[in-house]
Structures are given as structure tokens and as C-alpha cells.
Ligand binder design. Sequence first.
Ligand SMILES: Cc1ncc(COP(=O)(O)O)c(C=O)c1O
Length: 413
Amino acid sequence: MNDVPSPDLDPGADLSPEDHPDWGFATRAIRAGHRRSPEGEHCEPIYTTSSFVFASAAEAAARFAGELPGNIYSRFTNPTVRAFEERLAALEGGEACVATASGMSAILATCMGLLRAGDHIVSSRSIFGSTNMLFDKYLARFGVDTTYVELDDLDAWAAAIRPGTRLLFLETPSNPLTEMTAIAPLAELAHARGCLLAVDNCFCTPALQRPLSLGADLVIHSATKYLDGQGRCVGGAVIGDARRVGEEVFGVLRTAGPSMSPFNAWLFLKGLETLELRMLAHSAAALELARWLQAHPRVARVHYPGLASHPRHQLVGAARQQRTGGGIVSFEVDGGREAAWRVVDGTRLCSITANLGDVKTTITHPASTTHGRLSPEARAAAGISEGLIRVAVGLEAVGDIQQDLARGLDGQG
Ligand SMILES: Cc1ncc(COP(=O)(O)O)c(C=O)c1O
């Protein structure tokens, strides 16, 4: 066997983001977090190992005691997962990032790490259904109550805060109606009242919106969506300051264990490399599709932040809160569920699936899927009509997506 000599490289030299505060977004998305091993690999390696060995009993003891840095066990830290965490932290502009097994476990770990019995959450009503369930069914059992308010009603947020309120939680844009709110005034309110503001940034990703730079304390991701971008795996992340995220949320991961696998971290690292390009392309395609839908005689209403008709369109644009409109377009057809299902069933190209954030376009009827467990009254209150369809616009040719939707819209499905 050839004994291949390792190149004489300084592992990690020139690649750590803290040495390059001037790096642009695209550079950080491609380069940050990769500390080259002495093998000199060009692509980030996947460290598929459950544990790490120590040179001696004394070294093991020192690492366990936290006196020596270094890996111990992959539930705690793993170099591939670490690379993903450093890269995402560099993109969101946070001191620390903790990667998790799913988006939901990112929210769970955040709440477990930062809240205690008796604390109170104020959340936007327009949040992902499982987040809602986590707050109402599970956190409530442990003495953490949640009050829901309208996303874009600052007075309602202020009125809902009480002495035990610790966390304000929101998604902007929301799913599936793409409702939006200004993050900065909510951050000010949170801090004036001694609370933290957490933003689920899954629809925008840091390529379009960076909540920490607007005053939010915590950013949460379902990496399953755009961070991967190709529908390959489930994962999540929390980004924020070194104490809350790097110690408190990390402590939950280390102890309770909803950690990200190294293989998934590697897929997410690859996803991040093309994140900005994809988000701009998703947004351009979604805008074109939204305009086409708006002009279609069978479409009653289109919800898309990039359209001038969106109530918070002024938040969208270069140097504004959200750089572009994003990739999610929802629209309503007259004729209720029957008409909506005709559009969904008329598609041949779009995938009928609840996931989003993929290069492949996905289509969903929220009232009978993601929001199907709500009562009809609760659905109506949330604005989820029977005629509503959500399209997560992929990167196929827009004309082909239009043709696919036209089949059902034009009654040829
Ligand atoms: C906005 C939002 N947050 C969180 C989640 C949960 O993420 P995961 O499915 O990765 O647990 C989702 C999933 O669809 C989502 O859309």
C-alpha cells in the first residue's frame, strides 16, 4: 500500500470566519466553518463517528471537565456538525449556532434551555401547526403558557405581555398566507419589557432576511427547507448569543440529545453553498408566477410579499427587512375545496407534498393537510379558506409551472 504523505497544511488556516469579518455573504456561505484536516481535503469531510478517542485517561478527564477543548461524543459535538453551525452562524450574524435533528427540536431545545415553569410566551397566531401544538399541548404541561396575537398588531403584542413573559415568537412571512410584520419594533418592545424575541426564519433564510441585525435575540431554522434546498433530509438550528445559545440551548442538546447527524450536516453544508443563488432564483420565479396568477381570471386572490398588493410590501426590497419576496406563493380560487383540489390534481410536474423550500415545485391544499386538524371556525379565523392553494415555487422553468397550474385552473384537469 502506498503511504501517502499528508501535505504540510495548517488545519483551518485562512478559513475561519472570525479572521475574515470582511467576507461577503456568498464567500461565508461557501468557505466559513471548514477547518481543513492535515489530509488537505478540498471538500468538507463527514466525520461518521459516535465518539472520539483520548491520548490518555488524564486527557479524557480534562475534556470531560471542560478544562481541555475537543470532541468527546457526537451527541455533544462533531466536526462536520460544527462546520455547519459555524457557517450558519456566520450567515445569520450570530455568535453561536446549535444544530438540531429537526426544526421542531430547535424550537423545543430553545424553550427548554431558556424557559422554566411559570414563564409565558407571546406568539403570533400565524405559526407552523406543530409549533402551535408544542406550545399548547406540551409546554403547557410543564407550566409554560402561550398567548396568541395577530402577527402585525404591535399593540396586541404589547397588551399580551405580562410579568412572567419571557419570549416573543413569530414567523415572518407566515405560512401559508405570507403575512409579514416589521421585526425591529417588536425587538424594541421585547427588550423594553424584559423579553427575548425569537424569529423562525425558515421562509427567508439569511440570504433574504437577518433578524439578529434587526434586534431579534434568537433565530430558528427548519434546515429541512431552503437551507438544504433539495428535499434530502430533516434538520434544524438555533442561532444567537454565546451564553443563551452556546451554553443554555447547547446544554439541552448535550443532555437530551436531539442532535444533528454528521451526514445531514454535510448535506446542509452543501446546501448553504448555493443558498443565495437559489433564494434569488426562487424569488424571481415566484414573482413571475404570482403576477401570472394575479392576472388569471379564475384566481380570486394572490398572497405574495413581492406583489405591490401585499399589505406589507414596503418591507421587501434591497436594504429593507426582506431582500426579495421569497419562494412561497399562495392563491385562492373561487369554488372552494372542489375547485382547489381540481388545480392540485391537475398538476403533473408539481409534487403534491407538504414540504417546501425545494428546487422541485411543491403544491399543497392547506385546509385539508397542514391545517386540516383545526376546526372549520379556527381555520376561517386564521384566513385559511377552502379555496386556498400554496405553491413553493421551485427552480424548474416558470412557464412549465404555469402550464401545470393552468390545467386545473382552466378546467382541463
Ligand atoms: C416555519 C416552520 N418552522 C418549523 C418547521 C418544523 O421543521 P421540521 O419539519 O424540520 O421539524 C416547519 C416545517 O414545516 C416550518 O414550516
